[in-house]
Design a protein around this ligand. Sequence first.
Ligand SMILES: CC(C)(COP(=O)(O)OP(=O)(O)OC[C@H]1O[C@@H](n2cnc3c(N)ncnc32)[C@H](O)[C@@H]1OP(=O)(O)O)[C@@H](O)C(=O)NCCC(=O)NCCS
Length: 181
Amino acid sequence: MENQTTGSSTTLQKGAIILRSLQEADAPDLARHVNNKKIWDNVRDYLPFPYTEKDADEFIALVKGQDPVLTFGITYAQKICGVIGLEVQQDVYKKSAGFGYWVSEEYWGKGIASTALELITHYGLYQLGYIRLFTSVFEYNLASMRVLEKNGYIKEGIFKKAIFKNNQIWDEHRYAIVRED
Ligand SMILES: CC(C)(COP(=O)(O)OP(=O)(O)OC[C@H]1O[C@@H](n2cnc3c(N)ncnc32)[C@H](O)[C@@H]1OP(=O)(O)O)[C@@H](O)C(=O)NCCC(=O)NCCS
Protein backbone atom coordinates (compact mmCIF):
# COMPACT_ATOMS: atom_id res chain seq x y z
CA MET A 1 0.00 0.00 0.00
CA GLU A 2 1.32 3.43 -0.91
CA ASN A 3 -0.04 6.86 -0.03
CA GLN A 4 1.11 10.10 -1.58
CA THR A 5 -0.08 13.58 -0.65
CA THR A 6 1.04 16.75 -2.40
CA GLY A 7 -0.91 19.90 -1.56
CA SER A 8 -4.58 18.98 -1.87
CA SER A 9 -3.83 15.99 -4.11
CA THR A 10 -3.75 12.51 -2.58
CA THR A 11 -3.29 9.16 -4.27
CA LEU A 12 -3.72 5.80 -2.58
CA GLN A 13 -2.29 2.78 -4.36
CA LYS A 14 -2.15 -0.99 -4.11
CA GLY A 15 -0.86 -2.80 -7.20
CA ALA A 16 -2.80 -1.79 -10.32
CA ILE A 17 -5.49 -0.02 -8.28
CA ILE A 18 -5.02 3.67 -7.64
CA LEU A 19 -7.47 5.98 -5.91
CA ARG A 20 -7.04 9.57 -7.06
CA SER A 21 -8.98 12.83 -7.23
CA LEU A 22 -11.51 13.13 -10.05
CA GLN A 23 -10.69 15.47 -12.92
CA GLU A 24 -12.95 17.21 -15.45
CA ALA A 25 -11.66 14.86 -18.16
CA ASP A 26 -13.10 11.87 -16.25
CA ALA A 27 -16.69 12.99 -16.86
CA PRO A 28 -17.47 10.94 -20.00
CA ASP A 29 -16.06 7.70 -18.55
CA LEU A 30 -17.67 8.31 -15.19
CA ALA A 31 -21.09 8.91 -16.75
CA ARG A 32 -20.81 5.86 -19.01
CA HIS A 33 -19.88 3.55 -16.12
CA VAL A 34 -22.36 4.76 -13.52
CA ASN A 35 -25.32 5.00 -15.89
CA ASN A 36 -26.38 1.46 -15.05
CA LYS A 37 -29.58 0.40 -13.31
CA LYS A 38 -27.69 -2.45 -11.60
CA ILE A 39 -25.59 0.18 -9.83
CA TRP A 40 -28.49 2.53 -9.14
CA ASP A 41 -30.50 -0.29 -7.53
CA ASN A 42 -27.89 -0.49 -4.77
CA VAL A 43 -27.37 3.18 -3.94
CA ARG A 44 -29.40 6.12 -2.65
CA ASP A 45 -31.91 7.83 -4.89
CA TYR A 46 -29.99 11.11 -4.98
CA LEU A 47 -27.69 9.50 -7.55
CA PRO A 48 -29.39 10.46 -10.81
CA PHE A 49 -30.62 7.74 -13.16
CA PRO A 50 -30.24 7.97 -16.10
CA TYR A 51 -26.86 9.56 -15.36
CA THR A 52 -25.64 12.07 -17.93
CA GLU A 53 -22.26 13.62 -18.65
CA LYS A 54 -23.66 16.87 -17.21
CA ASP A 55 -24.37 15.03 -13.94
CA ALA A 56 -20.76 13.85 -13.97
CA ASP A 57 -19.50 17.40 -14.65
CA GLU A 58 -21.51 18.71 -11.69
CA PHE A 59 -20.36 15.93 -9.39
CA ILE A 60 -16.71 16.46 -10.29
CA ALA A 61 -17.07 20.23 -9.76
CA LEU A 62 -18.65 19.57 -6.35
CA VAL A 63 -15.84 17.35 -5.07
CA LYS A 64 -12.92 19.12 -6.75
CA GLY A 65 -10.38 20.76 -4.47
CA GLN A 66 -11.44 18.91 -1.32
CA ASP A 67 -8.80 19.26 1.38
CA PRO A 68 -8.40 16.66 2.67
CA VAL A 69 -9.53 14.63 -0.33
CA LEU A 70 -12.62 12.59 0.60
CA THR A 71 -13.92 11.50 -2.81
CA PHE A 72 -11.71 9.35 -5.02
CA GLY A 73 -11.97 8.01 -8.51
CA ILE A 74 -11.05 4.32 -8.52
CA THR A 75 -8.67 3.50 -11.35
CA TYR A 76 -7.56 0.09 -12.56
CA ALA A 77 -4.58 -0.05 -14.90
CA GLN A 78 -4.88 3.77 -15.22
CA LYS A 79 -8.54 3.64 -16.29
CA ILE A 80 -11.34 5.13 -14.21
CA CYS A 81 -13.76 2.39 -13.16
CA GLY A 82 -15.56 3.61 -10.06
CA VAL A 83 -15.84 6.04 -7.19
CA ILE A 84 -15.34 5.67 -3.44
CA GLY A 85 -15.87 8.46 -0.97
CA LEU A 86 -16.00 9.31 2.71
CA GLU A 87 -18.82 11.42 4.13
CA VAL A 88 -17.89 13.59 7.09
CA GLN A 89 -20.29 13.67 10.05
CA GLN A 90 -21.18 16.56 12.33
CA ASP A 91 -21.51 17.35 16.01
CA VAL A 92 -20.94 14.41 18.37
CA TYR A 93 -20.47 12.15 15.32
CA LYS A 94 -17.50 14.15 14.01
CA LYS A 95 -15.04 11.32 14.71
CA SER A 96 -17.06 9.01 12.45
CA ALA A 97 -17.24 8.99 8.67
CA GLY A 98 -19.77 7.31 6.44
CA PHE A 99 -18.78 6.05 3.04
CA GLY A 100 -20.09 4.71 -0.25
CA TYR A 101 -18.69 3.17 -3.40
CA TRP A 102 -19.50 1.72 -6.78
CA VAL A 103 -17.49 -0.12 -9.44
CA SER A 104 -18.41 -0.30 -13.11
CA GLU A 105 -20.06 -3.58 -14.11
CA GLU A 106 -17.31 -4.05 -16.75
CA TYR A 107 -14.88 -4.48 -13.86
CA TRP A 108 -16.87 -6.54 -11.35
CA GLY A 109 -15.28 -9.62 -9.78
CA LYS A 110 -11.65 -8.50 -10.04
CA GLY A 111 -11.28 -7.54 -6.38
CA ILE A 112 -11.35 -3.82 -7.20
CA ALA A 113 -13.97 -2.77 -4.64
CA SER A 114 -12.27 -4.89 -1.98
CA THR A 115 -8.93 -3.20 -2.59
CA ALA A 116 -10.46 0.28 -2.87
CA LEU A 117 -12.19 -0.25 0.47
CA GLU A 118 -8.96 -1.51 2.04
CA LEU A 119 -7.18 1.64 0.87
CA ILE A 120 -9.83 4.09 2.01
CA THR A 121 -10.30 2.32 5.34
CA HIS A 122 -6.63 2.71 6.11
CA TYR A 123 -6.68 6.32 4.90
CA GLY A 124 -9.81 7.20 6.90
CA LEU A 125 -8.67 5.60 10.14
CA TYR A 126 -4.93 6.23 10.14
CA GLN A 127 -4.32 9.23 7.88
CA LEU A 128 -7.46 11.29 8.58
CA GLY A 129 -7.84 10.00 12.13
CA TYR A 130 -11.46 8.89 12.15
CA ILE A 131 -12.36 6.45 14.93
CA ARG A 132 -15.26 4.81 13.16
CA LEU A 133 -16.20 4.22 9.51
CA PHE A 134 -19.66 2.97 8.63
CA THR A 135 -22.00 2.28 5.75
CA SER A 136 -25.44 0.89 4.94
CA VAL A 137 -26.17 -1.98 2.56
CA PHE A 138 -29.54 -2.96 1.14
CA GLU A 139 -30.56 -6.49 2.16
CA TYR A 140 -30.09 -7.99 -1.31
CA ASN A 141 -26.57 -6.65 -1.92
CA LEU A 142 -24.57 -9.73 -0.98
CA ALA A 143 -21.53 -8.71 -3.05
CA SER A 144 -21.13 -5.49 -1.07
CA MET A 145 -21.58 -7.33 2.23
CA ARG A 146 -18.80 -9.68 1.17
CA VAL A 147 -16.51 -6.75 0.28
CA LEU A 148 -17.12 -5.22 3.72
CA GLU A 149 -16.66 -8.47 5.64
CA LYS A 150 -13.42 -9.24 3.77
CA ASN A 151 -12.14 -5.89 5.02
CA GLY A 152 -12.95 -6.55 8.67
CA TYR A 153 -16.22 -4.62 8.84
CA ILE A 154 -18.75 -5.96 11.33
CA LYS A 155 -22.47 -6.15 10.72
CA GLU A 156 -23.71 -4.18 13.72
CA GLY A 157 -27.37 -4.56 13.04
CA ILE A 158 -30.25 -4.79 10.65
CA PHE A 159 -32.65 -1.87 10.49
CA LYS A 160 -35.87 -3.58 9.55
CA LYS A 161 -37.77 -2.06 6.65
CA ALA A 162 -35.63 1.11 6.68
CA ILE A 163 -35.21 1.35 2.90
CA PHE A 164 -37.77 2.35 0.29
CA LYS A 165 -36.19 1.69 -3.09
CA ASN A 166 -37.81 0.86 -6.42
CA ASN A 167 -41.23 1.13 -4.74
CA GLN A 168 -40.45 -1.67 -2.33
CA ILE A 169 -39.48 -1.89 1.31
CA TRP A 170 -36.15 -3.49 2.23
CA ASP A 171 -34.05 -4.05 5.34
CA GLU A 172 -30.86 -2.03 5.79
CA HIS A 173 -27.71 -3.83 6.99
CA ARG A 174 -25.39 -1.51 8.91
CA TYR A 175 -21.66 -2.21 8.82
CA ALA A 176 -18.83 -0.47 10.70
CA ILE A 177 -15.18 -0.73 11.63
CA VAL A 178 -13.59 1.01 14.59
CA ARG A 179 -10.01 1.89 15.37
CA GLU A 180 -9.00 -0.04 18.45
CA ASP A 181 -5.84 1.85 19.51
C1 LIG B 1 -20.70 -4.25 -4.82
C2 LIG B 1 -19.59 -3.87 -5.80
C3 LIG B 1 -18.96 -2.56 -5.33
C4 LIG B 1 -18.54 -4.98 -5.80
O1 LIG B 1 -17.47 -4.57 -6.66
P1 LIG B 1 -16.36 -5.62 -7.18
O2 LIG B 1 -15.18 -4.84 -7.60
O3 LIG B 1 -16.97 -6.57 -8.12
O4 LIG B 1 -16.05 -6.37 -5.79
P2 LIG B 1 -14.87 -7.42 -5.51
O5 LIG B 1 -14.49 -8.10 -6.77
O6 LIG B 1 -13.81 -6.73 -4.72
O7 LIG B 1 -15.56 -8.44 -4.49
C5 LIG B 1 -16.88 -8.92 -4.69
C6 LIG B 1 -17.07 -10.10 -3.76
O8 LIG B 1 -18.48 -10.40 -3.71
C7 LIG B 1 -18.68 -11.75 -4.11
N1 LIG B 1 -19.97 -11.78 -4.75
C8 LIG B 1 -20.33 -11.26 -5.96
N2 LIG B 1 -21.63 -11.50 -6.18
C9 LIG B 1 -22.11 -12.14 -5.09
C10 LIG B 1 -23.38 -12.64 -4.72
N3 LIG B 1 -24.44 -12.53 -5.52
N4 LIG B 1 -23.49 -13.26 -3.52
C11 LIG B 1 -22.44 -13.39 -2.70
N5 LIG B 1 -21.20 -12.92 -2.99
C12 LIG B 1 -21.06 -12.32 -4.17
C13 LIG B 1 -17.53 -12.06 -5.02
O9 LIG B 1 -17.33 -13.46 -5.15
C14 LIG B 1 -16.38 -11.36 -4.26
O10 LIG B 1 -16.00 -12.09 -3.13
P3 LIG B 1 -14.65 -13.01 -3.16
O11 LIG B 1 -13.52 -12.05 -3.40
O12 LIG B 1 -14.62 -13.65 -1.83
O13 LIG B 1 -14.81 -13.98 -4.29
C15 LIG B 1 -20.13 -3.68 -7.26
O14 LIG B 1 -20.85 -4.84 -7.61
C16 LIG B 1 -21.05 -2.48 -7.39
O15 LIG B 1 -20.59 -1.38 -7.64
N6 LIG B 1 -22.36 -2.71 -7.23
C17 LIG B 1 -23.34 -1.62 -7.41
C18 LIG B 1 -23.16 -0.48 -6.39
C19 LIG B 1 -23.04 -0.95 -4.96
O16 LIG B 1 -23.54 -2.00 -4.60
N7 LIG B 1 -22.34 -0.16 -4.14
C20 LIG B 1 -22.21 -0.46 -2.72
C21 LIG B 1 -23.41 0.01 -1.98
S1 LIG B 1 -23.35 -0.51 -0.25
